[in-house]
Design a protein around this ligand. Sequence first.
Ligand SMILES: Nc1ncnc2c1ncn2[C@@H]1O[C@H](COP(=O)(O)OP(=O)(O)O)[C@@H](O)[C@H]1O
Ligand SMILES: [Mg+2]
Length: 262
Amino acid sequence: MSKIKIRGICRDYVERRGKGRDASGELSNKVSVLSGVDLDIEEGEMVCILGPSGAGKSTLLRIVAGHDKASAGSILINDVEVDGPSQDNIFVYQQNGLLPWYSVWENVELGLRLIEDEAEKNNRIHEYIDIVELTGFESHYPHQLSGGMQRRAELARALAVNPDILFMDEPFTGLDYLTHLKIREEVINMHSFYQKTTLMVTHFIDDALIMADRIVVLGERPAKVMMVEKLDYPRPRNIDKDPGLSDLRDRIFLMLGVSYVA
Ligand SMILES: Nc1ncnc2c1ncn2[C@@H]1O[C@H](COP(=O)(O)OP(=O)(O)O)[C@@H](O)[C@H]1O
Ligand SMILES: [Mg+2]
């Protein structure tokens, strides 16, 4: 049984200003963003979704997480139809999701309100703050942290909840290059340890190649799945040293309309 079943998902928006292309390609103020997306995601799998900007990647992720409604099609998680957001899933957004008036500790604690045993709760907060290497910064507020530290605090908060599924929308956006690589490595390590089913949207092809168990490429709007590729490459991965991965990178770039990459 697949963990997540995405069946024929379509999403139209009504444009108030100007016209776009509808599902049949005609100019209309009903703009078709997703047109029949089908995909199955297995338990514990890390799936990365790539696609051109504006293809509808974030829209698809929001629909799967129950934060937006599809115009047609259905989403099943554990064979139950998704009808809204669930406590079991966590969404890590592109923009910072920390509450600015709460400390790191309090931000992580937020998702654990339902744990009544104080000792257990405190242990859990310590554990995850330690995993993301923020020990010593518990009482700092988000504005006192670097962008990378904020991202780590957010990951700690998301993982401490022990979610059934982790949704991440461009989680490395806005980080400097080295921090990006470090946090990526942390996410990979955390995934190999906790094996959370993870659905991540990114526009960084290399991130998908380094991280994913499977890569899904969406086409131009109205988007459909153009390519699904299983990555049976050992980790840690090095794209330049693995001909299979470099070849796949070339194919994905080509598919996204870039024929030469230095
Ligand atoms: N709430 C909305 N109302 C109208 N149009 C929207 C809305 N959200 C997204 N869109 C449109 O849907 C398209 C896809 O958006 P999005 O899912 O954010 O793309 P991506 O994440 O792939 O860059 C965009 O062209 C955007 O203009
Ligand atoms: Mg997006």
